[in-house]
Design a protein. Structure first.
Lengths: 542, 386, 106
C-alpha cells in the first residue's frame, strides 16, 4: 500500500492545497470511471451538459434513486459531500485503511453492496467531495435547476462547481438532534451518531469507557458498535420508556425485520454486559477539561428529573443524541412545503410519488421524515421511477422492477413503523429542567439558557429567529443545527401557557440559504449568467 | 369610550421605529400599547444592518432628520445598556477613479455646508484608516459622525427602557382599524379583541402600505429587497463602515432593477457584514446567486483579505420604499387619529429616534422638533404613484 | 478475533501504513484515510480548539461535519473541520485560539 500523500485515495489535497488541485473526486473514481472522466463537465465557466437528474446525497435514498433513474435511461449526476458513497448509515472506512471486513460494523451490508455494484455498472456521474450550498432555478434556462457545490473534503477548495439538471432529487439525509444539559460542551461529550460515524469511517473511539445516552433506537446500535470495537459501555441511558412500544403494537409488529434488528442489538449488549436504564437521562457531566463522570437521573413522565435520584457513573466519554432531524436547508431554500413530524421536527411534505411541493424537485429518505435505511431505499427507488416516468413522458414500470404500487405499500408500512417509534422517543416537555441558567445552549456562540429565557421573558423574542437576533444563539458556524431544537423549545416554554394554548402559528423551519459556509473568493469567482434581467448597468453611475 | 384596553397611543409595529415612538411617547407621560403580529424586531428591523448614517444623505429634509437622529442616538447610547452595541465608528466612502472622486468630493462639500463633518482623505492615506483596504484607490471621504447599533437589540432595549407606560402585545395581528362614525380612528381590531386609543401609529415598516389600506388610505410603501452576506467571526478587520461612492447613487435611484455596490463593515460580535443590493421584486426571499456573486466580488475588490474568509449566512430584508425616498411621518389628514411612521427605506434604524420624537410630540399635541411637511403622508395622493 | 479488541481489528484493517502527524508539535500516529479528528482521538486527544468567548476547550462533537465544533488549524489554515479532513503525512495541527484569525486584526 503506497504511503505517499498524493497516492492515498481520500488523502485530501485539502491540507496541502498546492499538491493537487482537487483530491476528493479521486475517491469517486473507484466506483465508476465515468464519474472522474465526466468530472470536468460539471465545472467551468461554461455550464457543462445538462443532466436529466441531479441527485444530492449518496446515502441509501440517493443511491437508490440515482441508480434506478440511470438504469431507466436518464443521465444522472450524483453529488455527495463525502469521499465515498453510503451516507451516514453506510459510512465505512476509506479504501486506504484496507479494511477486509467493513461489514463488521453494519447489519445490512449486502443491500448496500448490491447498490454499489449497480452504481458501478450504471452511467452515473458520481461527484464525490461536492458540498452543495444552494439549489436555484436556473436564471437563464426555464425549467432547469442549478446545483451549486463547493469541492474538497472540507468544502473549502477554491473551485466551485455547478451542475444543471431538469430534475433534482434531494436525498440530504439527517443529522442528530441534541438537547443540552450541564456539561455537554466538555471534550469527551460527543454525538451518539458522531461516535458511530467516527468509528465506522475512521475506526476511532472517543474513550475507553463510554456512556451512551439520549433517546431513540440509534442508541442501542451505537452501544453495540462501541462495545464490539472494544469500548466499555457502563450504561445505555434512554429517556423514554420502552413500554411505549407496547402501546403501539400494530405498526411495530408489522415490521418483524426491524424488531429482529433491535433484538440483535439487545443480545449484543447483554453479551457485553451493558445495562439499559430507561426513563433516565444524563443531567450533569463532571470534569474540568474533559469528561470524568456523568450523573444519571431518573425522569418522570414529562422527562423532568426526579429529585435525589442522581447516580454518578465514572466514564471518559459520553455519546449522546435524541433522534434525527431531517436536513432541509436546500429544500427550504427552494420553497418546498414542510410538515411537523410526530416528534416535533420538520420534514418535507411529499406527494404520492416523492415530489415536493415545488414541481421538478423530489425528495427521498430522511428529508421526508426520519424512517431508516429501508424506507430510504424504497423512497429512492420510487422517486427514481417517478422521475424517469416524468422526464420520459410515459410509465416506466415493468422492466423487471417493483411497481410504484408495491413500493408505495411498502413505504406506508415503514413510515407507520417509523412514526410509532418517533412518538415513543419524542422529547418530553420537561427536559428543559435539566438546564440551569448557566448551561450553554448555543455551543458556537456560547449563549446560556439564562440569556435565552431572558430574551423571551424580558425582551420580546417569541421564536428561535428572534432569540437568535437578540442573543446570537444559532448565529455561529453551525447556524443553529445543534441548538435549534432546544432554542425553539425554550422560546415556546418561556412564553408560558399562552403559547401552549395553540394560539401561535406553527414555527417554520429555519432558513439557511447557505447550506454550508462559502468562501467569499469562491462566491466572487462564480461565472456571471447571461441574464439581461440582472445585468443591467447602473443607471446613475458616476 | 375608554375600556380596559385603552391607552393614549397605540403603535402598530414592534420594530425600531415603533419602539422609538413608544419610548419617546412614554417619556412624555403617555400610556402606550405596542402591538405586533410577530415578535420584537421580527420584520424590517431584524434584517437591518443598524446603520446610523449621515454620509449617504445629501442636503435636504432626510439629512436634517438624520442629523437630529445622530445626536439622539448618541444620547441613547448613554441611556440604554451597552448591549445595543452602539459604535461611533465613522464611515469611509472610497472612490476608485478620479471622476468618482471628484463627484464624491463635490457631494461631500455640499454636505459639509449643511453641517456634516466630512474629511477628505487622499488615496495614499486611506491605508492609515483601513489597513486592509486595497491599494490604488483614488481617495475617499471620512465621515466621523456615522455610527452603528445592533438593530434588534436596540429595539428591544428601547421598549424595555420605556418602562411601565408601555404595554407590549406580541403575536397579535391587526386585522382592522376601528373608526368612529365621524371617520376618526379610535383603535384597532385583533383576533384577541379590540384595542382602543385616540391615536394609532402605523410603524409597520415594509408592510406599512397594507396597514394604510386597512385604514382606507393610500400610502405606496413597497419592498425594496436587499441581501446581506455575513462572514465567520473575525477580529476587527474593518474598522469603519466602508463603502464605494456609487452606493449613494444606488440609494437615490428609483430603478426596480438590481443594483449592487460594495458596503463592508465589521461588528462588535465578530462577523463582517457585506451589502448592499437593491431591487424591487416584491416580498420574495428566494436566494439570488447573482446578487451574492456581485456582493462578494465587490467586497473582495475593496478588501482582498476577505477572499479566504467564509460567508456563514445570508439573508434578504425588505426596505420600506416610498417613491420619493422620504419616509411618511405625521398625522394623516385623510384619517384623523392615524399617524404614520414608516417608509424609511434603508435608513430606518438611523432615523428611528427623530421619528419617535416627532410622533410623540404630535400625539401629545405639541410642536414637533423639526419641520415635518416634507414627510406628510398624504403627499402621494389618493390613487396614482404606485 | 483478537483478545485485545480494537476497531481496526474488528474490520480487519491494515495498520502497517501508519504515518506521523503532529499536534502542537508532538507526534501523533495516523492511519491512511483517517480523518484528523479520528487520528487525534486515537491518540487520546479530545480538544484542539479554545472558544472565542470563554476560552474553553473543544474538539469533535457531531462527527459528521455539521456542528463545526471540531474546527482546527491545520498547516496554518484555521477553521478546518477535523472530522472531515483526511490526515496526511506531516500535517501540523495546532490548537486554534478563538476565531483562528488573530493575524488579520487591525
Amino acid at each position: 500500500m503506497p504511503n505517499s500523500a498524493s497516492e492515498a485515495p481520500g488523502g485530501g489535497a485539502d491540507s496541502a492545497p498546492e499538491a493537487v488541485p482537487d483530491a476528493a473526486p479521486e475517491d469517486g473514481a473507484e466506483y465508476g470511471p465515468e464519474g472522474r472522466a465526466d468530472d470536468g463537465a460539471a465545472y467551468g465557466a461554461e455550464c457543462g451538459p445538462e443532466y436529466d437528474l441531479a441527485v444530492i446525497g449518496a446515502g441509501p435514498a440517493g443511491l437508490a434513486g440515482a441508480v434506478t433513474a440511470s438504469e431507466l435511461g436518464l443521465s444522472v449526476a450524483l453529488l455527495d459531500a463525502s469521499g465515498q458513497p453510503g451516507g451516514q448509515y453506510y459510512r465505512h472506512p476509506s479504501p486506504a485503511l484496507g479494511a477486509t471486513r467493513p461489514e463488521a460494523l453494519h447489519h445490512n451490508w449486502p443491500a448496500f453492496a448490491a447498490l454499489l455494484r449497480r452504481l458501478a455498472a450504471a452511467e452515473v456521474t458520481h461527484l464525490a467531495g461536492h458540498h452543495v450550498w444552494t439549489v436555484v432555478a436556473a436564471p437563464d434556462a426555464a425549467g432547469s435547476w442549478d446545483v451549486h457545490a463547493l469541492t474538497g473534503a472540507n468544502g473549502d477548495e477554491d473551485r466551485p462547481g455547478r451542475v444543471r439538471a431538469r430534475a433534482v432529487l434531494l436525498a440530504t439525509g439527517a443529522y442528530e438532534r441534541q438537547l443540552p444539559f450541564p456539561g455537554w460542551t466538555l471534550p469527551g461529550v460527543v454525538g451518539a451518531g458522531g461516535a458511530q460515524a467516527m468509528l465506522k469511517s475512521a475506526l476511532a473511539l472517543p474513550g475507553r469507557r463510554v456512556v451512551v445516552a439520549g433517546s431513540g433506537p440509534l442508541l442501542l446500535a451505537v452501544a453495540a458498535s462501541l462495545a464490539a470495537a472494544g469500548a466499555r459501555v457502563p450504561a445505555v441511558v434512554e429517556a423514554s420508556d420502552y413500554l411505549g412500544y407496547a402501546r403501539r403494537p400494530g405498526a411495530l409488529l408489522s415490521q418483524p425485520a426491524k424488531l429482529a434488528e433491535a433484538a440483535v442489538h439487545g443480545a449484543a449488549l447483554l453479551r457485553h454486559g451493558v445495562r439499559l436504564r430507561t426513563r433516565s437521562a444524563v443531567t450533569q457531566v463532571h470534569g474540568s477539561d474533559r469528561v470524568e463522570a456523568v450523573t444519571v437521573s431518573r425522569l418522570d413522565r414529562q422527562w423532568r428529573p426526579v429529585r435525589g435520584s442522581g447516580r454518578r457513573i465514572a466514564c471518559d466519554a459520553l455519546a449522546v443524541g435524541h433522534g434525527l432531524v431531517p436536513q432541509l436547508e436546500l429544500a427550504v431554500g427552494l420553497g418546498c412545503t414542510t410538515r411537523r413530524t410526530v416528534d416535533g421536527t420538520h420534514a418535507l411534505e411529499l406527494g404520492p410519488l416523492q415530489e415536493t411541493s415545488v414541481p421538478g424537485i423530489w425528495a427521498a429518505g430522511e428529508t421526508g421524515g426520519v424512517g431508516g435505511f429501508q424506507l430510504a431505499f424504497t423512497e429512492g427507488e420510487l422517486a427514481g421511477l417517478a422521475i424517469a416516468a416524468r422526464l420520459r413522458g410515459r410509465a416506466v414500470a415493468g422492466e423487471g422492477r417493483r411497481s410504484p404500487r408495491v413500493l408505495r405499500r411498502r413505504r406506508a408500512r415503514l413510515r407507520a413503523f417509523a412514526d410509532a417509534m418517533a412518538a415513543v422517543h419524542a422529547p418530553g416537555p420537561g427536559w428543559p429542567q435539566w438546564l440551569d441558567d448557566a448551561t450553554e445552549v448555543c455551543r458556537c456562540e456560547e449563549v446560556t439558557a439564562g440569556r435565552i429565557r431572558e430574551a423571551v421573558a424580558d425582551y420580546g423574542a417569541r421564536d428561535a429567529r428572534t432569540v437568535k437576533l437578540l442573543t446570537r444563539a444559532g448565529m455561529g458556524w453551525c447556524q443553529g443545527r445543534m441548538c435549534g431544537a432546544a432554542v425553539a423549545c425554550l422560546a415556546a416554554q418561556a412564553q408560558g401557557p399562552r403559547r401552549a394554548q395553540g394560539a401561535q402559528p406553527e414555527p417554520s423551519p429555519e432558513r439557511r440559504p447557505l447550506a454550508v459556509p462559502v468562501r467569499l473568493g469562491a462566491l466572487a469567482a462564480l461565472d456571471e449568467p447571461n441574464s439581461p434581467g440582472t445585468a443591467e448597468p447602473k443607471p446613475t453611475e458616476r | 369610550m375608554p375600556t380596559r384596553h385603552s391607552s393614549d397611543l397605540l403603535v402598530i409595529g414592534a420594530g425600531v421605529i415603533g419602539a422609538a415612538c413608544a419610548y419617546y411617547a412614554a417619556r412624555r407621560g403617555l400610556n402606550v400599547t405596542v402591538v405586533d403580529r410577530g415578535p420584537v424586531a421580527g420584520g424590517t428591523t431584524g434584517a437591518g444592518e443598524g446603520n446610523l448614517l449621515v454620509s449617504d444623505k445629501g442636503p435636504g429634509p432626510e439629512l436634517e432628520l438624520a442629523q437630529l437622529s445622530t445626536s439622539l442616538w448618541h444620547e441613547l447610547s448613554d441611556a440604554l445598556p451597552r448591549e445595543i452595541e452602539y459604535e461611533a465608528k465613522g464611515g469611509l466612502v472610497v472612490a476608485s477613479g478620479t471622476e468618482d472622486l471628484a463627484a464624491l468630493r463635490t457631494f461631500a462639500a455640499r454636505q459639509a455646508a449643511a453641517g456634516v463633518t466630512a474629511e477628505t482623505v487622499p488615496g495614499d492615506r486611506l491605508g492609515d484608516l483601513e489597513p486592509h483596504l486595497t491599494p490604488g484607490l483614488a481617495g475617499g471621504v471620512h465621515y466621523p459622525q456615522d455610527a452603528q447599533v445592533q438593530p434588534a437589540l436596540a429595539a428591544a432595549h428601547l421598549l424595555r427602557a420605556a418602562g411601565g407606560r408601555v404595554r407590549l402585545r406580541l403575536g397579535e395581528p391587526v386585522t382592522g382599524i376601528l373608526t368612529a362614525t365621524d371617520g376618526r380612528v379610535r383603535g384597532v381590531r385583533t383576533p384577541s379583541g379590540d384595542l382602543h386609543a385616540p391615536c394609532v401609529v402605523n410603524a409597520a415598516g415594509a408592510w406599512g402600505g397594507e396597514l394604510a389600506r386597512l385604514a382606507g388610505v393610500l400610502l405606496p410603501v413597497r419592498p425594496r429587497r436587499g441581501f446581506v452576506l455575513v462572514t465567520e467571526p473575525l477580529p476587527r478587520v474593518v474598522r469603519r463602515k466602508v463603502y464605494s461612492a456609487d452606493y449613494v447613487a444606488d440609494v437615490a435611484s428609483g430603478s426596480a432593477a438590481l443594483q449592487t455596490s460594495a458596503v463592508v463593515e465589521g461588528t462588535p460580535a465578530g462577523p463582517v457584514l457585506i451589502g448592499a443590493s437593491r431591487e424591487r421584486v416584491g416580498f420574495d426571499r428566494t436566494l439570488s446567486v447573482e446578487v451574492l456573486r456581485r456582493l462578494a466580488a465587490q467586497a473582495v475588490r475593496l478588501f482582498p483579505v476577505l477572499a479566504t474568509v467564509r460567508a456563514l449566512r445570508t439573508y434578504a430584508g425588505f426596505r420600506p420604499y416610498l417613491p420619493d425616498h422620504l419616509p411618511a411621518i405625521g398625522h394623516d389628514p385623510r384619517r384623523p387619529g392615524l399617524l404614520h411612521a414608516c417608509g424609511h427605506e434603508g435608513a430606518g434604524i438611523g432615523l428611528a429616534p427623530a421619528t419617535g420624537q416627532i410622533i410623540a410630540a404630535l400625539a401629545a399635541g405639541d410642536e414637533p422638533p423639526l419641520d415635518v411637511r416634507p414627510f406628510r403622508p398624504e403627499r402621494f395622493g389618493d390613487g396614482a404613484a404606485c | 478475533m483478537a483478545r485485545d479488541r480494537s476497531p481496526a481489528a474488528l474490520v480487519g484493517a491494515a495498520t502497517d501504513d501508519a504515518f506521523e502527524i503532529t499536534f502542537d508539535g508532538r507526534p501523533v500516529t495516523a492511519l491512511p484515510g483517517q480523518s484528523v479528528a479520528a487520528a487525534l482521538w486515537a491518540a487520546g486527544i479530545l480538544a484542539w480548539r479554545s472558544t472565542r468567548v470563554g476560552g474553553r476547550p473543544r474538539g469533535a462533537f457531531c462527527g459528521i461535519g455539521q456542528c463545526y465544533d471540531c474546527l482546527a488549524t491545520v498547516n496554518g489554515r484555521p477553521n478546518r473541520r477535523a472530522c472531515l479532513l483526511p490526515a496526511r503525512p506531516g500535517d501540523a495541527i495546532t490548537t486554534q485560539e478563538g476565531h483562528g484569525h488573530a493575524e488579520l486584526g487591525v
